[in-house]
Design a protein around this ligand. Structure first.
Ligand SMILES: Cc1cc2nc3c(=O)[nH]c(=O)nc-3n(C[C@H](O)[C@H](O)[C@H](O)COP(=O)(O)O)c2cc1C
Length: 197
């Protein structure tokens, strides 16, 4: 039985297509009867704090050298680390905003990824992410279509795959897209986008 963490990062609530698609993914996983718990975290109801000079100062210290005052700054970072640690499957919904991920999702990632905590270097300088065996389903909603852009302008899937693999050790990542949401006549059945789950 698996634990699911569902990250929502569009502020549009029930109108959000990335939330609709990611929720359909969660439901489909639950229908398979292999899910023990689902933790839903809407980053737009409780915005991740932006990293500031104090936190940045502590972030890049070796974990063993961080003093008590510094540790107080890690409350949010530790909470979301534990949420990821407890999850077997992470379902992430993001709108495409100016070709990239949403700002709350970026702020969450900036709090999550930490030297010595989510990735380490061995004595040969080789970097390894600490998480093993986790799976990510990424649900992207965009007003237009990816195919309208040259391949090199894909910044969401490529970014999430690179950063999760390099700094967390998570490489089992599957992407689903709902596109052309700017077309308000569009009737969207999210199930049709996730038939291969
Ligand atoms: C600030 C902002 C920037 C956007 N940038 C893009 C974009 O670069 N490309 C695109 O196709 N759609 C863009 N859109 C449209 C959204 O991707 C679209 O509305 C999508 O459905 C948002 O996801 P949501 O429904 O989960 O909120 C943008 C929308 C907003 C509000």
């Amino acid at each position: 039985m698996k634990n699911v963490l569902h990250i929502i990062s569009s502020a549009r609530g029930s109108l959000s297509h990335s939330k609709g698609l990611s929720s359909a993914i969660v439901k489909k996983l639950m229908d398979k009867n292999d899910i023990k718990t689902v933790v839903e975290k809407d980053l737009t109801k409780e915005f991740p704090p932006f990293i500031d000079p104090e936190l940045i100062g502590e972030f890049y210290k070796h974990p063993d050298s961080i003093l008590e005052d510094g540790k107080q700054l890690f409350t949010y970072a530790n909470t979301i680390f534990n949420e990821i640690n407890d999850a077997d499957i992470i379902v992430i919904g993001t709108p495409m905003h100016n070709l990239g991920i949403s700002a709350p999702l970026k702020a969450w990632i900036d709090q999550l990824i930490r030297f010595g905590i989510t990735y380490r270097y061995d004595s040969d300088g080789v970097r390894t992410g600490v998480f093993k065996g986790k799976k990510v389903y990424l649900a992207i909603a965009s007003g237009g279509k990816l195919s309208d852009w040259p391949n090199q302008n894909e910044y969401i899937e490529s970014y999430i795959k690179t950063v999760f693999n390099a700094y967390m050790g998570i490489s089992d990542i599957y992407t689903f897209r709902v596109e052309s949401t700017a077309n308000t006549n569009l009737k969207i059945d999210y199930q049709t986008f996730i038939h291969n789950i």
